[in-house]
Design a protein around this ligand. Structure first.
Ligand SMILES: NC(=O)c1ccc[n+]([C@@H]2O[C@H](COP(=O)([O-])OP(=O)(O)OC[C@H]3O[C@@H](n4cnc5c(N)ncnc54)[C@H](OP(=O)(O)O)[C@@H]3O)[C@@H](O)[C@H]2O)c1
Length: 198
């Protein structure tokens, strides 16, 4: 039986025994350095997409059916500032979070008739095992407690899309506006995640 099928069954069992929750947060994700032009990194690329994009879809789907029936609920996806522009050395992660943000945006609009809210949270850096071994400076990095409290506020306010913290919101907005040649100039000098297979 596939992992997706097992997850679907576990969620359905949960709904049957505990009831339909008000909020579902799809937080699981992985990050590793990859080189987008290297054939041997394709397996890692697919695995990152599988967890960071399809993992969220498979998590939401069974809850969505219950939310639609009830005509209420909130789905929360954890994206990343890394999804705003293509990051050299982190192509897989960056692509997965960009795809996730677009998926969540499509979903948000599709869910409007069912009174289901979709919240996208795009954090900057947070002190977790994911960033523990990053060999570069991480501006505006948040302690986990602070990040959680900002996440909770955003979820409570039913934000549609939010970049956390506010300093990263400014960075993220600027990143979006930069023309390709400026982005290339800055990004090629930027920090690179350590390349590793997962
Ligand atoms: N830390 C940051 O700076 C940062 C910044 C932006 C966005 N984010 C996003 O925030 C989310 C949480 O990341 P984190 O910083 O807490 O990273 P983390 O410390 O590495 O934790 C990752 C979490 O994802 C779970 N996970 C990974 N692969 C999974 C799989 N195949 N199936 C089920 N669960 C899986 C892990 O479960 P196990 O412990 O059981 O392996 C763990 O709970 C991720 O989506 C990440 O992309 C993090």
């Amino acid at each position: 039986m596939s992992q997706e099928h097992l997850l679907h069954q576990a969620i359905q069992r949960h709904i049957k025994t505990v009831g339909t929750p008000d909020i579902v947060i799809a937080n699981a994700g992985v990050s590793t350095g990859t080189l987008s032009g290297e054939r041997e990194d394709l397996v890692t690329f697919k695995r990152v997409m599988d967890i960071n994009l399809y993992g969220v879809m498979h998590t939401f789907l069974p809850f969505m059916q219950a939310f639609k029936k009830r005509k209420s609920g909130q789905l929360v996806g954890i994206a990343s500032v890394a999804g705003i522009r293509g990051l050299p050395g982190s192509g897989a992660y960056s692509t997965s979070k960009a795809a996730l943000m677009n998926y969540l945006e499509s979903l948000r609009i599709e869910m409007l008739p069912f009174n289901i809210q979709v919240t996208t949270i795009a954090p900057g850096y947070i002190k977790t095992p994911m960033t523990h071994s990053n060999p570069y400076a991480m501006p505006f990095i948040l302690e986990v407690d602070k990040a959680v409290s900002l996440f909770m506020k955003a979820i409570d306010r039913k934000e549609k899309f939010i970049i956390i913290p506010w300093q990263m919101n400014i960075v993220g907005k600027l990143m979006r506006l930069l023309p390709a040649f400026v982005w290339d100039f800055l990004a090629k000098r930027g920090p690179k995640k350590l390349r590793a297979m997962i």
